[in-house]
Design a protein around this ligand. Structure first.
Ligand SMILES: *Cc1c(COP(=O)(O)O)cnc(C)c1O
Length: 460
């Protein structure tokens, strides 16, 4: 009887196969040798366990070793086609950038730039200057700055304005956003003391007034981004809070969360009062995320009174929370797009996706379903609803049209699609895989089609 271990080809022999030689173009000799050795070890282990290991030709071992290296060479972070219809999907990186903003980040990343250099005078400048004017224009505020995200903005604002003193917040607004962001914890980290007023469902102006004392530093409103209290409820409006703040000489801070900056009501998205309305009403500081409804990079935007912004920028945490050059470049360009609202709606993907009219989306879905049927995949179009996501507009269901892919095993198909490159994420519902093209870029449709084709070849 032959010894199966003896039948294994030598490492050198495997490295001479056509597959291994071709792979030298993209993998180092050391990596190839190691991958072949690893593959041989895997086979030896299989022989030890089962007495045999199938095809042990040099060609088949080379192919397996190269496949291992190829998979390993794909970065962990890779492009995903978002076919969920959730426009601000935190797990998928929230807002995709406008082309121009992405290009600005790319250019900033691959070279040098005048990040902290005033090119006119040759003197040192502030990196925040790149985004101040844009934030001021969008919010109408007197002054502005930006940090890494809205969570960081909340910490630094509370620290600069209220460390060692009290901040009054309604019990109905002591939220957890997710990812460990809880208002009471953030308050504790900042060094300010939380003074809760009212109840879960009812808070009145009088509750704030009674709680104000010598140690009060500010009144704060927190946007209840991802939930709603319904039924017997009463909350104090921002304008009422501003009135109390004015009378008692206290700043009003608004953690606006998603921070809507463009009126989407004409597109059937009722949404919220704009950030600029809050500033116009007299809010002293407003904070919101750069990568929610603004449609820019991850950032925490802070806008409001110049004296408060100066205090915030003087805080030592500013150095820890400051934005990097690529984000600043992308944020500046995103904010510039808002100068022309029509352009903003067209070029900022989040706004374009949210405002795509249903008939357009339905027609696109029909065309895509037709293409799928053309390659032998059973698919049709269904009416459905999507949500904005990312802790934005929790009440607003956006009517949408989805491509429903019929399959014997939707979980297996979904797993295959996720595992592809690019990965594809859809929704499983009622035994179908649903693909919502609202969040799929038109340029991705060919890739999506071939990803589904490939997944079907394996799954069915
Ligand atoms: C999303 C959100 C935050 C956190 O913002 P990040 O930019 O993700 O840090 C804070 N507050 C509110 C009200 C939010 O909706």
């Amino acid at each position: 009887m032959s010894n199966p271990f003896r039948d294994l080809p030598a490492v050198a022999r495997v490295l001479e196969t056509a597959a291994a030689v071709a792979a030298r173009a993209r993998h180092s000799a050391a990596d190839l040798t190691k991958a072949v050795r690893d593959q041989l070890d895997t086979i030896r282990a299989a022989i030890a366990a089962r007495g045999e290991a199938g095809d042990v030709s040099a060609e088949s071992i080379a192919a397996a070793a190269v496949a291992r290296l190829d998979v390993d060479a794909i970065p962990r972070l890779r492009p995903v086609i978002n076919a969920t219809g959730v426009v601000l999907h935190t797990n998928l990186g929230r807002a995709p950038l406008a082309e121009e903003a992405a290009r600005a980040a790319f250019e900033a990343g691959r070279g040098y730039l005048n990040l902290e250099l005033d090119l006119a005078s040759g003197k040192r400048g502030s990196r925040q200057d790149a985004v101040r004017d844009g934030i001021r224009a969008v919010t109408g505020a007197e002054a502005a700055t930006a940090v890494n995200n809205c969570a960081a903005a909340t910490v630094i604002v509370l620290r600069a304005v209220a460390a060692g003193r009290e901040v009054i917040v309604s019990r109905g607004q002591l939220i957890e956003i997710g990812g460990g962001f809880r208002i009471p914890d953030i308050m504790a980290v900042s060094g300010a003391t939380l003074r809760e007023v009212g109840t879960t469902n009812i808070t009145r102006v009088a509750d704030y007034e009674r709680a104000i004392g010598p140690s009060t530093a500010a009144l704060m409103r927190v946007h209840t981004s991802n939930y709603r209290v319904r039924g017997y409820t009463k909350a104090v409006g921002l304008d009422e809070l501003v009135a109390v703040g004015r009378t008692r000489g206290l700043p009003v801070i608004d953690d606006a969360g998603s921070g809507q900056s463009l009126d989407l009501a004409p597109f059937g998205l009722p949404g919220e009062p704009l950030v600029s309305a809050g500033i116009a009403a007299g809010t002293d500081l407003v904070l919101f995320s750069g990568d929610k409804l603004l449609g820019g990079p991850q950032a925490g935007i802070i806008a409001g009174r110049a004296d408060l912004i100066r205090r915030i920028e003087a805080d030592p945490l500013m150095r820890a929370f400051r934005l990097d050059k690529m984000t600043l470049a992308a944020l500046e360009v995103t904010l510039r797009l808002y100068r022309d609202p029509t352009r903003a709606r067209r070029d900022i993907p989040v706004l374009r996706m949210l405002t795509t009219p249903l008939p357009d989306l339905t027609a696109r879905a029909e065309r895509f379903a037709e293409r799928l049927r053309g390659v032998g995949v059973q698919a049709d179009v269904q009416a459905d609803v999507a949500y904005v996501g990312g802790g934005s507009l929790p009440d607003v269901a956006v009517p949408t049209a989805v491509v429903a892919v019929h399959t014997a095993n939707e979980a297996e198909l979904a797993a295959r699609l996720r595992g592809g490159s690019p990965g594809v994420v859809g929704r499983i519902q009622g035994g179908r895989l649903l693909l919502d093209l609202r969040t799929v870029f038109e340029r991705q449709e060919d890739e999506l089609l071939s990803a589904i084709r490939v997944a079907f070849t394996f799954a069915e």
